[in-house]
Design a protein. Structure first.
Lengths: 125, 149
């Protein structure tokens, strides 16, 4: 029987409350939380250290925003799966994130169940 | 977009925020125009600057006790000043960001800035009157203040 794949989750959001909430709410046994970053610059540095396989990414952040960070992470690792989690809930924003290489889009505010459903879909795709 | 519709967009965002994030509904009272350019605020205020198709500010303001209980409902154990600032900024960001669904992609919002206490004046655009949406949640009161040109 093949060993189950464990996914390594990095959370990127400028809100500490949201970072901690995503870490707490994740109840999928095959996802391990490996680190959190407050903006795109920190995320790129942390990526080198923890080598995540999946990422949740806010869009509106200081230093480097989420859209640019998505592009940079995809350049480094085309197989990385990124779930954009943003309050910017217009269709164009979601489409732009997907065009830059994100694999999914979840609108804030979200329930724990919606988050886990989105993470489940992210690793299933 | 008519004034009533614009206010309705923000009311819908408030109601959705509370039902999703703290799983307890909030009620919004009747919105009113602030008599002065500086409506009253509570202990913590998260401010978003709006640019693009509209300019102005969106401000969410709440008491320390309300924000603390909201954090508890989110299973958060850190009730520090920093986390209360973080939460009020995040709420302002979420309510403003959600408005883009109706206001469109050109409704650009800043990262949140946080004002603590009531002594520090909030700068609203001089030629627009702030609209105040009263918010009741459990026994607590908050306000969403919109001032858009």
């Amino acid at each position: 029987m093949p060993a189950a794949i464990t996914h390594r989750l990095m959370v990127v959001d400028d809100s500490n409350v949201i970072r901690r909430r995503i870490e707490r709410a994740n109840d999928l046994p095959d996802i391990d939380f490996v680190g959190a970053a407050r903006n795109g610059v920190e995320a790129l540095a942390l990526h080198e250290q923890v080598q995540p396989t999946i990422v949740t990414m806010d869009l509106t952040m200081p230093e480097m925003d989420g859209a640019e960070c998505v592009e940079r992470l995809i350049e480094r690792d085309p197989n990385i799966r990124i779930l954009v989690i943003s309050a910017l809930s217009d269709k164009l924003t979601a489409m732009e994130a997907l065009e830059k290489g994100a694999s999914g889009f979840l609108c804030k505010p979200f329930t724990d169940r919606q988050l886990n459903d989105a993470l489940r879909k992210l690793i299933a795709d | 977009m008519p004034y009533e519709t614009e206010v309705g967009v923000f009311i819908d965002s408030v109601l959705h925020y509370f039902s999703s994030t703290v799983q307890q509904p909030a009620q919004c009272g009747t919105p009113f125009l602030a008599l002065s350019n500086g409506p009253d605020v509570y202990d913590y205020s998260g401010l978003i600057r709006v640019s693009g198709s509209r300019t102005g500010v969106v401000l969410f303001t709440a008491s320390k006790s309300m924000l603390s209980v909201m954090l508890m409902r989110m299973q958060e154990t850190d009730m520090s000043h920093d986390n209360l600032c973080d939460l009020v900024g995040e709420i302002a960001n979420t309510l403003s960001g959600n408005a883009r669904r109706d206001f469109g992609h050109q409704f650009a919002i800043s990262v949140p800035s946080v004002i603590t206490g009531r002594a520090e004046p909030v700068e609203f655009p001089a030629n627009a009157r702030p609209i105040v949406i009263p918010i009741d949640w459990r026994n607590y009161h908050a306000r969403l203040i919109i001032c858009l040109q």
